[in-house]
Design a protein around this ligand. Structure first.
Ligand code: ATP
Ligand code: MG
Length: 260
């Protein structure tokens, strides 16, 4: 994903809270996908990438999404973050029906409700680490101007990077950059964290340490959904769902997944 997409994912829409509140419904689960279909139109015709897929994730869960390349994992993740929209079906996340929101409402919702962690970090190279962490706060006008740098430093301390705060991202190691990206994902204190192969670009030792950090965040009541190809990490996840040809199969550890 390009920097512009990352910027867009934090941009503030013009929607008022009232409009957003109009789409709010009581939800038993933090994430509820109901009969989600996603189709793309291509030169060879329409391709159905997600096939009537349903999934529930409850608050405080740590869920892995596995499956072969091209099976629809990123497409599924993009439904949950509102980066993409379903062709049909409902996507209910953090009490909001995402498929009913306008682009502006969706951008505003995303900036406050979900922290996204990418495989290639997507830190802005011209900003220092601490400035990268403050960026989502600035876009969403969260916290006061005085509070933002203080909070950013606290988050960097939490991920063990306080001493790197004033460096440019490309002077950090891969593991350090991903820690900075995790701090950025936490900037607006979202209830939900989502990672699309967030350890995919790290060596196995570093990946293990970043995963330790994810476990700490879940212990601190965050809900976490992450795509991984790493069998070792998948074995550490309390719940795993598998996407095969756009359908979900039962998780190996917990039966909340509805096979479509
Ligand atoms: N914007 C798009 N337009 C057309 N087809 C798309 C688009 N995005 C994804 N696809 C197709 O949808 C299918 C699923 O893609 P997706 O990126 O979700 O797979 P994935 O499981 O994340 O794969 P990987 O493990 O390689 O990241 C692929 O066949 C892909 O080519
Ligand atoms: Mg993918």
């Amino acid at each position: 994903m390009l920097d512009a997409d990352v910027m867009a994912s934090y941009s503030v829409g013009s929607a008022t809270d009232g409009i957003l509140a109009g789409t709010t419904v009581a939800a038993p689960a933090l994430i509820s996908l109901r009969n989600v279909v996603k189709e793309y139109d291509g030169l060879a015709g329409t391709v159905r990438v997600l096939q009537n897929l349903s999934l529930e994730v409850h608050k405080g869960e740590f869920v892995g999404v596995c499956g072969p390349s091209g099976s629809g994992k990123s497409t599924l993740i993009n439904m949950i973050t509102g980066i993409d929209r379903p062709t049909s079906g409902d996507v209910l996340v953090a009490d909001t029906l995402l498929n009913k929101l306008s682009e502006n409402e969706l951008a505003r919702w995303r900036g406050r409700s979900v922290g996204v962690i990418f495989q290639f970090f997507q830190l802005l190279p011209t900003l220092t680490v601490v400035e990268n962490i403050m960026l989502p706060m600035d876009f969403c006008r969260m916290w006061t101007l005085k509070e933002r740098p203080v909070r950013a430093m606290q988050l960097l301390e939490q991920v063990g990077l306080a001493d790197q705060a004033h460096k440019l991202p490309n002077t950090l190691s891969g593991g350090q950059q991903q820690r900075a990206a995790i701090a950025r994902a936490l900037a607006n204190d979202p209830p939900l964290l989502v990672g699309d192969e967030p350890t995919g670009n790290l060596d196995s030792r570093t990946a293990d340490k970043v995963f330790d950090l994810f476990e700490q965040l879940v212990a601190q009541h965050k809900t976490f959904v992450m795509v991984t190809h790493d069998n070792g990490l998948a074995a550490r996840l309390p719940r795993v769902v598998e996407v095969i040809d756009g359908r979900l199969s039962e998780g190996t550890r917990n039966g909340r997944v509805k096979a479509a």
